[in-house]
Design a protein around this ligand. Sequence first.
Ligand SMILES: Cc1ncc(COP(=O)(O)O)c(C=O)c1O
Length: 359
Amino acid sequence: MHTREDDAGAHPAVTPVYQTSAFEADSPYFYTRKNNPNVAELEKVLQVLENAEHAVAVTCGMSAIFMTLEILRPGDTLVVNPFIYGCSYKLLQRISERRQFKLVDLDFSEESNIEKIPAETKMVFFETPTNPFLKTVDIAKVSKFVKGNNPDAVIVVDNTWATPLFQHPLELGADVSLHSGTKYFSGHSDVMNGVLMTDRQDLADEFRETRFYGGLLLSPENAWLTRRSLQTLNIRLKQQQSVCAEMRDFLKQQPQIEKVFYPEVDGKQLKGYAGILFFELKKPDGYLKFRQELKLFSTGTGMACVTSMVAQPWSGSHASMTDEEKRQINIGENLVRLSFGLEEPEDLKNDLLGALQVL
Ligand SMILES: Cc1ncc(COP(=O)(O)O)c(C=O)c1O
């Protein structure tokens, strides 16, 4: 029972998975609900990528969002741009109802709406580019306006789609940049994780405490897999960027397509953009037929993977919103999301052409 290999001199080339819940009393890791070397290593890598003072790795993107809401108290005003992942929107609604936050929906990707953000706002939550439609929210302008009224307000940006390679919200005035690392960080649809990045010590302490008491630390195996995937983040994203831009131009020429949505890469806030775009089919009920013809695009939940994926926001990412809520933000059944992987662009074009031609 007490036989142990002394591995202190082993010096492995890669940090092994620390499959242990307990650490000896003199270890800084204490207990794997508090911290673990695999998680700590992943956080160091992410901090460098996003140029953040702190990274806090948790079980998935939704737990990261859930943890930001722990900051709020009954009566606090939470402002959300509704063009976000449907489950995030539902979570904000659900918790606001239960804890009596005042939830305000406002599309401040329209710049003129920024000044409509209430003065007493305690937290602002948004994605940029927005999901769907990939519109830009000006992080610096939102932060300046909100903090001008309330310096204690917390600006939260879900940076999942932009990625730390192409956008650094903290440098533009955000307090928290969070990620569903299940997407690009993993990149292979085989591991879930979430990350909260911040430069603020008070928020980092709060997140670490919530993670410890809530039991939300990322598992050592998932931290290890994610850390390995990050070794190829740069080349995956650059390839996805090139393929996606080529596909945008290709899809714009197709007569069955009404409109293609791709973000504005202004070189200041957003310095590049990887692999996800949207388009609207002219045929209102064409999605299923189109999807069934595709051979190289899988239909599984998720995106930002090395293999291409097709999805319908109406029935997928935004399914938890009511039909009325979806219509209010212009999500129709003809809206299609494509996430491009690392296949040959010509193969993807042929596949898409074949599927569009049946419409
Ligand atoms: C932008 C964005 N944020 C958060 C999430 C939730 O992340 P997870 O599925 O890792 O919990 C998703 C999931 O699709 C997402 O697209």
